[in-house]
Design a binder for this molecule. Structure first.
Ligand SMILES: Cc1cc2nc3c(=O)[nH]c(=O)nc-3n(C[C@H](O)[C@H](O)[C@H](O)COP(=O)(O)OP(=O)(O)OC[C@H]3O[C@@H](n4cnc5c(N)ncnc54)[C@H](O)[C@@H]3O)c2cc1C
Length: 416
């Protein structure tokens, strides 16, 4: 019986362990923390957006950018439908929310962890909690075991599923990158991914303002770098929320180099001229209305004071007295409210790590290293990161599944 050792008890490691055990291997899972799936428990604001129902693999992989094509083989083996069936078969009731996002019906991410932990137990996987791995043991180009804090374990195959380096208090502090490097794998530059922005001179009056159905655009040197539509909110230091996280994926490199600009279109459904017309209609029919009262029709209540300061039009001004120039200022700020982005928040606040183990060093059919035989990588440690919407967990589960299945195979994989 093949002995498979898995480092990391996140979604990738747990699925790898389940699958390797299903395929007949003797499996040991070493988890650094005293609980499995700590990061998994935080996902989807504690509700866990497990995957997405998008049915086409080729559309699904677009959510990971260029590197998504690495996942085609993996998804052909174990995709969203298979993941949902896997979890449902083990008792997890799922529900679908807008945008095809799948959650446990209970809205409790711990239920996902529990289902996986119960199945590991049923399969007889040896789960060793509080066991940080310190080093991989390999002789020439063949893996032989690991050294962990409580001893040495020898095995036939090792799967590294240690995750990225964001939210390090969950245990994912980037240890696996070092394992990869010392065994001859390149690790690309690492960036905080799906991460909020710091904005220059944040007006305290904006803190807590939530915007829905707005368009965010990031530019650098007057060039549009990314655009996203949806909602976001201001914080005391900058901006967070789905629009911002999506934008952050596209500008991860540029944002390290220079200050970029965030442009917010508060009325994306209306052309500038339409807003002018609307204001003019209001002026003609209700000229005694104050500027502040007119803004109540255009903006969320909490944003009005800020907008008055920004446009420098006294709040009590009767709208009939608003000049053409002032009207243009109002429209310009509604269509293009601009902020300076000074950078992103740190890895500690990033949903994922962007970058990771170089994909050309990994066999996309098996997740086995092309450098060291019987060494596999799965999950966020790889140079793959996706959009919000369940894509990162699907990638972790799928690569884990494929790594587990292949690590458990008795025959040596000579094709590498
Ligand atoms: C706040 C937040 C919300 C998120 N929400 C979603 C969401 O709703 N949907 C989605 O798709 N994605 C979401 N993600 C991303 C998703 O959680 C990760 O992409 C996913 O957990 C990666 O899985 P993984 O198994 O590769 O790594 P991880 O989940 O990071 O697991 C790695 C495990 O390895 C262990 N480990 C690390 N080093 C060692 C070592 N030396 N020895 C032993 N064990 C070690 C760690 O303790 C950890 O348990 C979210 C992330 C965060 C931070």
């Amino acid at each position: 019986m093949k002995k498979v050792l898995i480092i990391g008890g996140g979604p990738a490691g747990m699925l790898a362990a389940c699958r390797a055990a299903e395929c007949g291997a003797e499996v040991t899972l070493l988890e650094k923390m005293n609980k499995l799936g700590l990061k998994l428990s935080l996902t989807g604001k504690g509700r866990c957006n497990i995957t997405n129902t998008e049915p086409q693999i080729m559309t699904f992989i677009e959510k990971y950018g260029e590197n998504g094509k690495f996942l085609i083989n993996t998804f052909n083996t174990f995709f969203n439908k298979e993941l949902m069936e896997f979890l449902q078969k083990r008792g997890l009731v799922l529900k679908e929310l807008s945008g095809g996002r799948i959650y446990p019906e209970s809205d409790n991410s711990w239920n996902v962890v529990d289902v996986l932990a119960d199945y590991l137990k049923k399969l007889g996987v040896h789960v060793k909690l509080g066991s940080p791995v310190i080093e991989l043991l390999h002789y020439k180009n063949v893996i032989g075991g690991v050294i962990h804090e409580n001893g040495t374990l020898l095995c036939d195959a090792v799967i590294v599923a240690t995750g990225g380096k964001s939210y390090s208090q969950t245990g994912s502090s980037g240890d696996g990158y070092q394992f990869a490097r010392v065994t001859g794998h390149r690790v690309t530059d690492l960036y905080p991914g799906l991460v909020p922005f710091n904005l220059l001179d944040m007006d305290p009056g904006l803190n807590g303002v939530k915007l829905k159905n707005v368009r965010g655009t990031v530019t650098g040197d007057d060039e549009v770098l990314s655009e996203a539509f949806g909602e976001f909110y201001f914080t005391e230091w900058g901006a967070d929320g789905s629009v911002i996280l999506r934008l952050s994926r596209d500008v991860k490199e540029e944002i390290q180099e220079d200050y970029l600009s965030l442009h917010v279109d508060l009325k994306p459904a209306l052309e500038e001229q339409k807003i002018h017309d609307r204001i003019l209609r209001e002026i003609n029919s209700n000229g005694k209305l104050s500027y502040k009262s007119m803004l109540k029709e255009l903006l969320p209540e909490k944003m009005i004071s800020y907008f008055i300061r920004k446009t420098q039009i006294p709040e009590g001004t009767k709208i009939a007295n608003i000049t053409k120039e002032q009207r243009e200022t109002v429209v310009r700020n509604l269509k293009d409210l601009t902020f300076t982005i000074t950078g992103t928040r740190s890895f500690e606040e990033a949903i994922v790590t962007s970058g990771g183990v170089e994909l050309s060093h990994i066999n996309p059919r098996t997740m086995e290293s092309k450098k060291i035989r019987n060494l596999y990588f799965a999950g966020e440690i790889l140079n793959i990161d996706g959009d919000t919407g369940g894509y990162n967990l699907q990638a972790a589960f799928s690569t884990g599944y494929v790594a587990g299945e292949n690590a458990a195979q008795e025959q040596d994989n000579e094709e590498n």
